[in-house]
Design a protein around this ligand. Structure first.
Ligand code: GLA
Length: 409
């Protein structure tokens, strides 16, 4: 579905829920990371792209009245009001739930859970001194949930874009991404890095985003060669380790940096790590080896993309996967199975490289493939994955997409 078709759908659903057409429509994309995993919170480099899957918000000034269609479950502070509203009402098309809260007061965490991403961003605008208007919002998303494609960043960034549009004010893109990251830290309890929010804000059609997570400088690296395609394979599994393991990895990286005497692992070299090997816990050593190697691989992969050197980029992706599997230990049997199948198909069959993408413990793999072989590769991965794992994978192609946009406003 194109973004315009999706926006039309959101517009119709808004009209159905709230009984009038929306005044504003905004969107923010999910992302896939081509390489540079678990490097963002180590001040390193990442190389993601926005994907053609979006969270769309259609909205109008708020009436404070609950939507026309009945809701399965309402937020704890949900209520219908009449007269001049100070409420923000969000109708979600996936869970068919409605969240409603008063934006004339500091917005706090609440129910339903997904509303916390939105609440956190609104609170961020309030901290900046903005007076948030009452809004009626219809939330419609095609970013698969819990699959490592950053549905949460898409939700945060679309909220920020909607608030900018409704307030008639633009905030600096870097500040906007950081505000969204803070929402995720403080309202969703996930101590994420800055990659997802940055690319959802700053992605560009037909480009990867090379982001230096220390200086926050970005470089758009063109990926518009029609002979290659980015294939995303969703394993359709999510192991519940993500939540607890992510902060543990962060702490292990900080411990390694401390022992190496550097501010972050960005400042460490492979040689310095080897010299200090005896002083490091073996597990912490392996975590650091992944991060230091991955930062280097990401810089090389960006060079490879600039030079259209696809076999080199592909090899770096495989090396990234091995390192995430063996040293960082964030992969799982299902992700490994996809990468092995892809490697078995090989360059002859059209696969340059493949790796797990995102936080890990399930979710998606990303593969760089020959465009002409997309169908054959997808069929083969689907069949072999089904045979080995016993469940269906979901496989799709995405060109690098644009970051957040205002469709109507
Ligand atoms: C999650 C986080 C990102 C990043 C990745 C791993 O997606 O949200 O900030 O750390 O994991 O690369």
């Amino acid at each position: 579905m194109t973004l315009n078709e999706l926006a039309d759908q959101a517009s119709q659903r808004f009209a159905k829920a709230f009984g009038r057409p929306p005044r504003w429509i905004v969107a923010a994309p999910g992302r896939v990371n081509v390489i540079g995993e678990h490097t963002d919170y180590n001040d390193g480099f990442v190389l993601p792209m926005a994907i053609e899957f979006y969270t769309v918000m259609a909205a109008d000034s708020g009436t404070g009245v609950s939507p026309v269609s009945s809701s399965k479950k309402s937020g704890q502070d949900a209520r219908a009001t009449t007269g001049k509203s100070t409420f923000l009402t969000i109708r979600d098309t996936l869970f068919k739930e409605t969240a409603q809260f008063d934006v004339s007061k500091p917005v706090e965490k609440g129910e339903p859970k997904w509303s916390n991403y939105i609440r956190g961003v609104i609170a961020g605008f309030q901290w900046r001194g903005e007076k948030i208007p009452a809004l009626d919002v219809l939330l419609h998303s095609t970013v698969p949930l819990g699959s490592g494609l950053s549905s949460s960043a898409a939700l945060e960034v679309s909220t920020a874009t909607l608030l900018e549009t409704a307030l008639g004010k633009k905030i600096d893109p870097v500040e906007k991404a950081l505000l969204c990251q803070k929402a995720e830290h403080e309202y969703a309890g996930m101590p994420c890095g800055i990659m997802d929010q940055f690319v959802s804000v700053m992605g560009r059609k037909d480009h990867l985003l090379l982001l230096d997570c220390r200086s926050r400088q970005t470089e758009l690296v063109p990926l518009n060669d029609p002979s290659v395609a980015v294939l995303i394979v969703n394993t359709n599994v999510k192991h519940e380790l993500t939540g607890s393991e992510y902060p543990t990895r962060r702490r292990q990286c900080e411990a390694a940096a401390k022992i190496l005497g550097v501010p972050s692992l960005r400042d460490a070299t492979a040689a310095a790590l080897e010299d200090a090997k005896g002083k490091l816990d073996p597990l912490v050593y392996r975590r650091a080896r992944h991060v230091i190697g991955e930062i280097e691989r990401t810089v090389h992969a960006a060079e490879g993309v600039r030079a259209s050197n696809w076999p080199t980029v592909g090899q770096l992706m495989y090396a990234s996967h091995r390192s995430l599997r063996d040293d960082y230990e964030v992969s799982c049997a299902e992700l490994d199975a996809v990468v092995e199948i892809a490697e078995g198909i090989g360059v002859k069959g059209g696969v340059y490289g493949c790796r797990m993408t995102g936080g890990g413990f399930g979710g998606c793999c990303v593969a760089l493939v020959k465009a002409e072989a997309v169908d054959a590769i997808s069929k083969r991965i689907a069949a072999d994955y089904r045979k080995q794992i016993g469940i269906e994978a979901t496989i799709f192609v995405s060109r690098p997409a644009a970051g957040t946009t205002v469709i109507k406003g």
